[in-house]
Design a protein around this ligand. Structure first.
Ligand code: ZN
Length: 211
C-alpha cells in the first residue's frame, strides 16, 4: 500500500532483481482498522505480473469466510489478526487447508498470551510495531522487548523454525534492533523503501544492515 501505484511495474521488476522474498499486501476493511486498502482484484492483477510470493496481511473483521477470496498459493503467507475473530484457530486451519502458510498477527496492545495456544498452528507470527491502519507512524517502543519475549517463547516451546515478522516503522536502525531481538521477516514501507533515494539503493542498504 506504500508503493507508488503508477510505478508498480518498475518497482516489482526491481524487487525481482534484488530477490525480495514477499510482496506485503495490506488488506483493510474500514472496520477492523480505520482505513480501506487493497482488495481481491488488486491481488488478482498483481499475480499476473509477478511470481514473488505474497504476504497477505488481513486487517479485516471476521476473516474466515474471506480468505479464499484471495486465492492464496503454496508459498504465500496469510496473516489473520488474533483480535479479528473469536475463531482464529479455525481461520489458521483454513489457510493451511488452502495450501498456504498460516500466520497470526497481533496489535501492539495485544499480549503474547493471546496467541500461545495457536503457536503450533502457524508458520510465522507477525508483531505489529505500530497500530495498524496508516503508514508513517512511529515505533511503539515496547515492541522490541515483545519480539524478544516471543522468540524465547517459540524457542522454548519447540518452535525454533517459526518465523517472526515485523510490520510498522521498519527503518534501517529499527531493523537491526528487531533482528537482534529475533525477527526475520521485515515489512518495508515508507520508513525504509518508499522514500527519496531510490528503491534499489534502499533495498541494498537494508540487506547490508541485516546480513
Ligand atoms: Zn501490513
Amino acid at each position: 500500500m506504500c508503493a507508488d501505484f503508477f510505478e508498480l511495474a518498475e518497482t516489482i521488476s526491481i524487487f525481482q532483481e534484488e530477490h525480495v522474498q514477499y510482496l506485503h499486501i495490506d488488506v483493510m476493511d474500514g472496520v477492523f482498522v480505520p482505513n480501506l486498502m487493497l482488495g481481491t482484484d488488486f491481488v488478482r492483477v498483481l499475480r499476473t505480473h509477478t511470481n514473488i510470493p505474497l504476504d497477505i496481511h488481513l486487517m479485516i473483521d471476521n476473516p474466515i469466510g474471506k480468505i479464499e477470496w484471495f486465492a492464496p498459493r503454496e508459498n504465500d503467507i496469510v496473516y489473520v489478526h488474533a483480535e479479528s475473530t473469536p475463531h482464529v484457530q479455525r481461520a489458521l486451519g483454513k489457510i493451511r487447508n488452502l495450501g498456504a502458510k498460516p500466520a497470526v498477527a497481533i496489535n501492539p496492545g495485544t499480549p503474547l498470551a493471546a496467541i500461545e495456544e495457536v503457536l503450533c498452528d502457524v508458520d510465522a507470527v507477525l508483531v505489529l510495531c505500530v497500530n495498524p491502519g496508516f503508514a508513517g507512524q512511529k515505533l511503539v517502543p515496547q515492541s522490541i522487548a515483545k519480539i524478544k519475549r516471543l522468540r524465547a517463547i517459540l524457542d522454548e516451546g519447540g518452535f525454533p523454525d517459526t518465523e517472526i515478522a515485523v510490520d510498522g516503522n521498519v527503518t534501517l536502525e529499527n531493523a537491526k534492533e528487531m533482528r537482534d531481538a529475533g525477527a526475520n521477516i521485515f515489512t518495508a514501507g515508507t520508513s525504509l523503501l518508499f522514500r527519496d533515494g531510490g528503491t534499489r539503493t534502499h533495498i541494498k542498504n537494508f540487506f547490508d544492515v541485516i546480513k
